[in-house]
Design a protein around this ligand. Structure first.
Ligand code: IVH
Length: 674
């Protein structure tokens, strides 16, 4: 009697759970659990069904190609089913796939594969008749999808009419609609500001945007297409290699991935996988693996299909960027400027390629937005080098004893009262430099590479020095002795002497570095440099009031107030005095009038991603050299700095014949002119 078997019961339970989650994912565009968790449940069910084939039911989620058609849109029956891909989760599974391919083809020769990023968006079928877009449909359940033509027509990278000639009378192009990381962040930021619903990741945002009932809303979303193959073809023919087809699609006006390659045999494929996995954080869009496709169409035909997927392709996945875990506790950390940040202590979880046990919760607004409690199961996202985030709560897993998160009324380190500044989400400790936590952070910042660059004075050492009462502020650093330092744990004579040398060396600095090192709130490297160049000397900066501070390029009322408040505080002046008394010095700068700056009168536009600095920094650096930085390309633009992912601005600049430079050339320019 199967009903009594634990395996049978588990199968029933898995089916129910998968049904619930696929409804949330495909119909509501509101997944509750991470994709990786969904895949694991599905795999578990598949394995059980393989062991007990008699218990497979027709309505089991394993029997479906994927997804369901949404009722709000008209149904479209695909001319050819839209299949899915088998996954390989590690090198062994990929090697096994390649072996299956060679066994079926009865060859020992290495196979040539087309390697493409696996875009994390939603599949789309685009039907062109005589070169004109006739219909766009989602995959739905693979046989029947939804007609989303009106929405897709608003996506600028989808050609409404094909370019060039030689295309078949009827051509079905397949690809992925996705959202760039920057488009997603920007959209979520706006949604959060206006109290709207934010999306948990770019894939989810793309799906939600494509299924808007009003195409005007879709038009406002930053959606993009990447074409990766063809479906039905009539009245014409295509090349016999997949990579050549992609080239043809590009000629006809489609965006195809720039990161496509061909590889021969397993070794080359594994090398490509590794290379792109390393590049993953810096790509402007999310990918969740590499798709390897047998490049020859003739061999593809020989290999054919199984029920749901082609035998000639596989998705070799990267480690998932989202995973589920339990929020054990929330602790509060005090930052350099006293801001108190809630930090989630998590049941350790492997996500984005590393084990994560902490994640930031930002502030009390964020906690309220997430509605999270201690004991909750949460989804953690770690994309690239970004700090892990708690993106949502799996409400259905909330335990009865989940506890509210209480913000402390006193600083957890020095017990000074905390204050919430109006208009700011952050809660701050009012203890200033009395608070050891703020002291430590201020000293770490002072010693950091971009500030006074004191080599050998790392975070742990600062913690130890403050905890032992050997230093309480930055001036004290310069009074440390060889005996004191050499007496510390894990510190020999030699490293103690090296540190003293580094401290002595740091005394000779520059005004921008010194200003940055002081740790004035909202004064980053770029602002410190602008201030230094504008005033030339610390004395002149100290004399400036808020109004004259605002005359400095890129300094608005907030930063002006921060700077004025900092220098109005006697304690800060005393610290500066002390540092100078210990020999900290720099050369004053010549004040160059705005018109005499090297880029005065020039207009620059920044587009795409830069690897070595943020856009804001790049903007500040250009402005410090006298340039105007504009958001759009026009006849008045002198130069466009274009990083990877540059789009319409780059093409416009090219069409207007405006000078375009890449990041390397940009860095050289900054160096030359600085
Ligand atoms: S080929 C029969 N290539 O991955 C071949 N799919 O499970 C089917 N995807 O939702 C697709 N990037 O939309 C292919 N470069 C790529 C892809 C890709 C993303 C998606 C596809 C589908 C899923 C396949």
């Amino acid at each position: 009697m199967p009903a009594n078997s634990p395996d049978y019961q588990r199968m029933q339970q898995l089916r129910q759970e998968l049904l619930h989650h696929s409804h949330r994912y495909y119909v509501l565009d509101d997944p509750e659990i991470p994709d990786a968790e969904y895949d694991r449940l599905m795999r578990e069910l598949q394995e059980l069904e393989e062991r007990f084939p008699d218990w497979v039911t027709a309505d089991s989620p394993t029997q479906r190609v994927g997804g369901v058609a949404l009722s709000a849109f008209a149904e479209v029956t695909h001319l050819r089913p839209m299949l899915s891909l088998d996954n390989a989760l590690n090198a062994d599974e990929f090697i096994a796939f390649d072996k299956r391919v060679r066994d079926r083809l009865r060859t020992q020769e290495p196979i040539e594969y087309a390697c493409e990023p696996k875009y994390d968006g939603i599949a789309i079928s685009l039907l062109y008749r005589n070169g004109v877009l006739e219909r766009a449909a989602t995959r739905g359940d693979g046989s029947v999808g939804e007609d989303v033509t009106l929405n897709v027509r608003t996506i600028k990278s989808v050609p409404l009419r094909l370019l060039g000639q030689g295309y078949p009378d009827l051509l079905e192009v397949r690809g992925e609609i996705y959202m760039t990381k920057s488009g997603f962040n920007e959209m979520n930021r706006k949604a959060q500001e206006s109290g709207g619903k934010s999306f948990i990741n770019p894939r989810n945002a793309a799906a939600g945007s494509l299924r808007q009932l009003d195409p005007k809303l879709t038009a406002q979303r930053p959606l993009t297409l990447c074409a990766y193959g063809v479906g039905e073809v009539e009245g014409g023919s295509l090349p016999q290699y997949h990579t050549a087809i992609l080239q043809r699609l590009a000629d006809w006006g489609f965006a195809v991935s720039r990161d496509v390659a061909s590889a021969r045999g397993v070794e080359e494929c594994l090398a490509f996988h590794k290379m792109l996995q390393e590049k993953r954080p810096s790509l402007p869009y999310d990918i969740d693996g590499i798709v390897f496709k047998v490049n020859s169409l003739e061999l593809q035909t020989t290999l054919g299909f199984v029920a749901k997927a082609p035998r000639w392709a596989v998705a070799f996945k990267f480690p998932a960027q989202e995973e589920m875990t339990v929020l054990r506790a929330v602790e509060f950390q005090v930052g350099r400027t006293g801001s108190i940040t809630p930090v989630a202590r998590l049941e350790p979880v492997f996500v984005g390629g590393v084990t994560v046990s902490n994640a930031t919760l930002h502030n009390s607004d964020e906690i309220a937005r997430l509605g999270v409690k201690v004991g909750d199961t949460v989804i953690i996202r770690r994309a690239g080098d970004v700090i892990p985030q708690v993106v949502s709560v799996v409400m259905s897993k909330r335990p009865d004893d989940a506890r509210d998160i209480q913000f402390p009324a006193q600083c957890p380190v020095c017990s000074s009262p905390v204050a919430r500044v109006e208009g700011e989400a952050a809660v701050r400790c009012t203890g200033g430099l009395i608070c050891p936590a703020q002291r430590k952070e201020a000293i770490k910042h002072y010693a950091s590479r971009q500030a006074m660059d004191i080599e050998g004075l790392g975070e742990k050492l600062v913690d130890a020095l403050v905890e032992k009462g050997m230093i309480a502020s930055m001036e004290d650093l310069y009074e440390l002795t060889l005996e004191q330092l050499a007496g510390l744990e894990r510190m020999g004579q030699k490293s103690a002497q090296n540190l003293l040398d580094a401290l002595a060396h740091s005394k000779s600095t520059t005004l921008p570095k010194f200003l940055f090192a002081l740790g004035i709130r909202d004064v980053g490297q770029a602002t410190a440099t602008t201030l230094a160049k504008h005033f030339g000397s610390l004395e002149r900066l100290l004399e400036a009031d808020e109004a004259s501070l605002q005359e400095v390029q890129d300094v608005g009322p907030v930063v002006a107030k921060r700077v004025a408040t900092f220098f109005a505080d006697a304690r800060n002046l005393q610290v500066i005095q002390g540092l100078r008394a210990h020999g900290v010095h720099w050369l004053d700068l010549e004040v160059v009038p705005q018109e005499a700056l090297p880029l005065a009168g020039k207009t620059y536009v920044l587009t795409g991603n830069l690897e070595s600095m943020t856009r804001d920094d790049a903007k500040a650096r250009l402005e410090a050299l006298g340039a105007k930085v504009s958001g759009s390309v026009s006849g008045k633009t002198d130069c466009v700095v274009a990083g990877p992912g540059a789009g319409s601005k780059l093409s416009k600049a090219e069409s207007l014949g405006i000078r375009v430079i890449d990041e390397t050339a940009f860095l050289q320019l900054l160096e030359q002119l600085a």
